[in-house]
Design a protein around this ligand. Structure first.
Ligand SMILES: *Cc1c(COP(=O)(O)O)cnc(C)c1O
Length: 422
């Protein structure tokens, strides 16, 4: 018994230890371009993998259902205070286990089953949890969706206004997972007010830009803001709900618990608190500025390879690449890029003619590469590598191994110059 308790992971579960080591090496040796990922600091990792996993607490700090919560309260209060300071708002709930659960809690706080939501269509860049037919949101509420204009692949605010007048939604949602452009929160708030809707902004992908002044702030326009902490915020997995409205905050707190969740994942809350403190430092603003510049360098480099960027470019650290010109699908493209050491995800593009399982696009982000220290020169190089792999695929769809091998070797050399987690 005692021996089991004190054995290291390698001693106790070599199979698992080996798999985790494999993942560490994958992260060290590949270039991470997936927009919903980032590389956390050692401090965040330490908080994540701590004894906090042993503690069960329910409810809010000072109002727990279980005892022994002295330090749990301190930890969650740190996270709450830092979130409020970082986002400049009066209330924060830091308990959501994920971004989807943060959104689910907002819906539960504000809506009754059947109520109407107006949100961005998944195929235009919206998130699953905003009303994709397979998601609980669409099974519980009535979803109406807006897309992007065929002309410039940006939100058509006239279309949003018309849909809001037609459907009178209770909730209007802005923000998405694959929308590279800035969003006009002031205009959307006007549309929400006119329809009598609450306005929610989900800043999961661009939270870091918002907190450093590199993207318009959703407050004071939004009634409620949700975010994840593990994408641009470069922190622990999980979600946060923010608002300036005391009455709304109360409803959100009870929607999170006991509404959609049970006990708190305290190790994640600690990890969130640590990343929020990092995000309050000047060095984080420098990181966000670099990520934004790097995204421009990557976008220009990818375009120079003869690839079209959806909407013609990006205002954020995320971009969508249209593979149409190369005549290849996202499935083979992402597989071949992975074999070359470049991790990306396939993604539908607006008005995609291909199926979601093999769509026309790839989604790229500069967040993780910037976290490991890449600058504009490295991102220009990455764009060239992407072009070389895709051109290889276009020439010989079945066997791109030779190109993959040469790019893989170049990628490995670059990764060794920018080591992580040694
Ligand atoms: C990533 C993301 C989420 C949250 O996803 P989880 O996987 O549930 O953490 C929510 N909204 C948007 C817009 C996202 O991009």
């Amino acid at each position: 018994m005692r021996q089991d308790f004190t054995a290291s992971l390698t001693e106790s579960d070599p199979e698992m230890a080996e798999a985790i080591a494999g993942e560490l090496h994958r992260q060290q040796d590949q270039i991470e371009l997936i927009a919903s990922e980032n590389l956390v600091s050692r401090a965040v990792l330490e908080a994540h993998g701590s004894v906090l996993t042993n503690k069960t607490v329910e409810g809010l700090p000072g109002k727990r259902y279980y005892g022994g919560a002295e330090f749990a309260d301190k930890i969650e209060m740190l996270a709450i205070e830092r979130a409020k300071r970082l986002f400049g708002c009066g209330f924060a709930n830091v308990q959501p286990h994920s971004g989807s659960q943060a959104n689910q809690a907002v819906y539960l706080a504000l809506l009754k089953p059947g109520d109407a939501i107006l949100s961005m269509r998944t195929s235009a860049g919206g998130h699953l949890s905003h009303g994709h037919p397979a998601n609980a949101s669409a099974k519980t509420y009535t979803i109406h969706s807006y897309g992007v204009s065929a002309k410039d692949e940006r939100i058509d605010y006239g279309e949003v206004a018309a849909l809001a007048r037609q459907h009178k939604p209770k909730l209007l949602i802005a923000g998405g997972s694959a929308y590279p452009r800035q969003i006009d929160f002031a205009v959307l708030r006007q549309i929400a007010d006119e329809a009598g809707a609450t306005f929610m902004v989900d800043i999961a992908h661009f939270a870091g830009l918002v907190t450093t002044g590199l993207h318009p702030h959703p407050f004071p326009h939004a009634h409620v803001v949700t975010t994840t902490t593990y994408k641009s915020l470069r922190g622990a997995r999980g979600g946060i709900v923010l608002t300036d409205d005391a009455a709304l905050a109360k409803k959100i707190d009870s929607a999170v618990f006991p509404g959609v969740q049970g006990s708190v994942l305290l190790h994640l809350v600690a990890g969130k608190a640590v990343c929020l403190r990092e995000a309050l430092k000047p060095s984080f603003a420098a990181y966000q500025r670099a990520a934004l510049e790097n995204a421009q360098a990557l976008a220009q480099s990818v375009a120079a390879q003869g690839l079209r960027l959806v909407s013609g470019g990006t205002d954020t650290t995320l971009m969508l690449v249209d593979l149409g010109a190369k005549g290849i699908g996202g499935q083979r493209a992402s597989e071949s890029l992975e074999a070359a050491g470049l991790t990306v995800n396939k993604n539908v593009i607006p008005n995609d003619t291909r199926p979601a399982t093999d769509p026309s696009g790839l989604r790229l982000s500069s967040n993780a590469g910037t976290a490991r220290g890449f600058g504009e020169a490295e991102f220009r190089q990455i764009g060239q590598w992407i072009g070389r792999v895709l051109d290889g695929l276009a020439r010989q769809a079945n066997d791109n191994a030779a190109t993959e091998r040469t790019v893989r070797a170049d990628v490995a050399r670059l990764c060794r110059k920018f080591p992580i987690y040694q």
